[in-house]
Write a protein that binds this ligand. Sequence first.
Ligand code: NAP
Length: 243
Amino acid sequence: MVTGSTSGIGRATALRLARDGARVVVSGRDAGRGREVVQEIRDAGGSAEFVAADLRDARSAAELAAQAEAIAGLDGGSLDVLVNNAGVGAGGPTAGTEEAVFDAVMATNLKVPFYLVASIAPGMAARGRGAIVNVSTLAAARALPGLALYGAGKAAIEMLTASWAAEFGPAGVRVNAVRPGPTRTPGAEAGLGEMLQQLAAQAPLGFVADPEDVAATIAFLAGDESRFVTGAVLDVNGGRMVV
Ligand code: NAP
């Protein structure tokens, strides 16, 4: 299952995992775009189902987890991969940030991944296999003005990545994260506009990533080729951290 796979990085990840042979649960709020992604996967010979979910609390997370597990179990399969990708990229000065905005950002970016893992990881552990990939951000590791709240929530996800790797690793469940830099998605173009290219220009490679660039790294962490990798946070940012 890939959360937030109606757009951007999540959509590219769903398409990539399906191409690699996974049966994918596509999820998001927008049913129209969700169905388009499912159709695109099926047209390419893959298998996918859409589950609508507005992810903002523990209950919505648990409900989506139950639906995804039911779909995975239909043909005797199981939910072996969870990509915690759905996220909101709120920006702005700390002063004046409404409490409702703080709560909404933390709910979708931190609380929901926590409760998805709480619902799904125990089943993976009981089966002795599973891979969880969390989507962080460059702003979790580098202070970027205006991204304090967003960066703090994602930094917490990176700590959860390590904690969950320790908690579930002995049962055969791997937990890793990707830390994307500027990536050309509908959400980033709407939120950052010109800033996307300006941010990208500060890294050695200098260009804005395509969602497929991040999806390829997520697919690596979700698949067996990374079977000895857990608790890792992989930078996918054009080399920004080495400057
Ligand atoms: P995007 O194009 O805006 O896509 C965001 C996805 O998240 C959509 O599928 C959206 O679904 C879903 N989503 C948002 N709020 C939701 C909610 N309350 N319930 C359910 N689904 C929800 O953004 P993106 O750039 O691909 O971002 C994906 C992830 O990458 C995010 O976690 C973001 O923080 C991270 N990231 C992005 C960049 C970048 O430069 N693009 C860089 C670093 C990290 P609906 O539209 O259907 O509601």
